[in-house]
Design a protein around this ligand. Structure first.
Ligand SMILES: C[S@@+](CC[C@H](N)C(=O)[O-])C[C@H]1O[C@@H](n2cnc3c(N)ncnc32)[C@H](O)[C@@H]1O
Length: 384
């Protein structure tokens, strides 16, 4: 690569926040929804959005250059396949995430320099205990965050449903389940499953509405509480998705110990987390993982969190890590043998044909990354 090419590549990377801004504005203006049924002219889009005609034209040109729209003739625009994912009604929509990224995350990433210099999170720098407490100061942020998480969860839910047979569970509690996206999907697929969403009281309204819309409110409910205080004993299985990654080892242990207390002796714990490769390269996927890891730092991770604890909950390829508890003891040692296959060794005391069969069923569905031993101190730990 010549020095000019390298410098231009850097120049392009430096300006990448502009792409976020353009997509954010398109999401706020509902451009994807306006183009859902076919191409529309700049005049029509101007009238529908109330935007400045000339500025909107430039926005549409910019959107075309990043592949979200295309210009079909002199001044008509249509949506591309990528742009269609900005429509809130798309099956795999990232509209709410675009708004969260362009509004809330954009602001918190502005404090990255101070965070890197001090090791303090954005929430700590603003005098809050953590990002969830900080969010509570601006109620509209809670809605924005919940909606964004629902986008992401909706996206990975087919993987989760593929990876694990929830048919063997009667009552499932989603701890930190937000607005109920995952429980709604599990309950829809498994008509016998009773589901509980456990989260802070501020999620109740959104979760109740979502579960009603999903048509499963007769079998699902919301229970408010604080997972650092106590988790109610309401289900034989607990699922935690994108929860553990928010906290350092000590806080994660408290959550998991409370899960252990809430579960019956032969209860099941399911963790769904995204993992970061040990040595990320420059692929788009690795970059997304590394940025997500860094994103956890400004708003989420407590200063004491170690890098390895964040890595420990990352997964290179798939999003699904499904792990069982067995009487509160580690069920198995799990080690990765390739990006999608892992092997497992049962601790001697847990070894029996029945548990081995159960484990092998569980592991055949696990697409597990490297599992480091960061949770050793708690009763649900798994050895590396
Ligand atoms: C990253 S979100 C994950 C939401 C959901 N599991 C998902 O994947 O879409 C973390 C969730 O933990 C919840 N949470 C944070 N602190 C909590 C606490 N102390 N007790 C209960 N829930 C909490 C938040 O409200 C939020 O819904």
């Amino acid at each position: 690569m010549s020095s000019s090419t390298a410098a231009l590549k850097l120049f392009d990377l430096i300006q990448s926040h502009r792409v976020t801004a353009v997509i954010y504005v398109a999401a706020e203006l509902g451009i994807a929804e306006l183009l859902r049924d076919g191409a529309r002219s700049l005049d029509q889009l101007t009238e529908a959005t109330g935007a400045d005609r000339q500025a909107l034209g430039r926005l549409l040109t910019a959107l075309s250059t990043v592949g979200l729209c295309s210009r079909v003739d002199a001044d008509r625009y249509s949506l591309t396949e990528i742009g269609a994912a900005l429509d809130s009604s798309a099956e795999k929509s990232f509209k709410a995430w675009a708004i969260f990224e362009g509004d809330m995350l954009f602001k918190s990433w502005h404090g990255l320099l101070e965070t890197i210099m001090t090791g303090k999170t954005a929430a700590h720098l603003l005098g809050a205990r953590n990002s969830f407490d900080l969010m509570a100061r601006t109620p509209s942020n809670v809605g924005m965050f919940n909606a964004a998480m629902a986008d992401l969860t909706r996206f990975v839910t087919p993987d989760v449903l593929d990876a694990y047979d929830f048919g063997r569970i009667d009552r499932l509690m989603d701890v930190g389940g937000g607005s109920g996206e995952l429980i709604g999907a599990v309950a829809r697929k498994y008509p016998h499953v009773q589901g509980i969403v456990f989260d802070l009281p501020r999620c109740e309204e959104a979760a109740t509405l979502h579960l009603q819309r999903a048509g499963v409110s007769d079998r699902t409910s919301f229970t408010a509480g604080d997972f650092f205080e106590a988790i109610p004993n309401l289900a034989a299985a607990i699922i935690l998705k994108s929860v553990i990654h928010d906290w350092n080892d000590e806080r994660s242990s408290v959550i998991l110990q409370n899960c252990r207390r809430a579960l019956p002796e032969h209860g099941t714990l399911l963790l769904v987390e995204r993992m970061i490769p040990e040595a990320p390269g420059t692929s788009d996927e690795d970059r997304a993982h590394a940025m997500s890891d860094l994103n956890m730092l400004p708003p989420f991770i407590q200063p004491a969190a170690s890098a390895s604890s964040r890595r420990a909950f990352a997964e290179a390829v798939a999003w699904v890590v499904v792990l069982h508890t067995l009487q509160g003891r580690p069920l198995a040692s799990i080690s990765r043998t390739s990006s999608r296959v892992c092997s497992a060794r049962l601790p001697p005391e847990a070894s029996s044909p029945k548990t081995e069969a159960r484990l092998s069923r569980a592991l055949s569905t696990v697409r597990c990354g490297q599992w480091a031993g960061e949770l050793h101190s708690c009763s649900l730990s798994f050895s590396p």
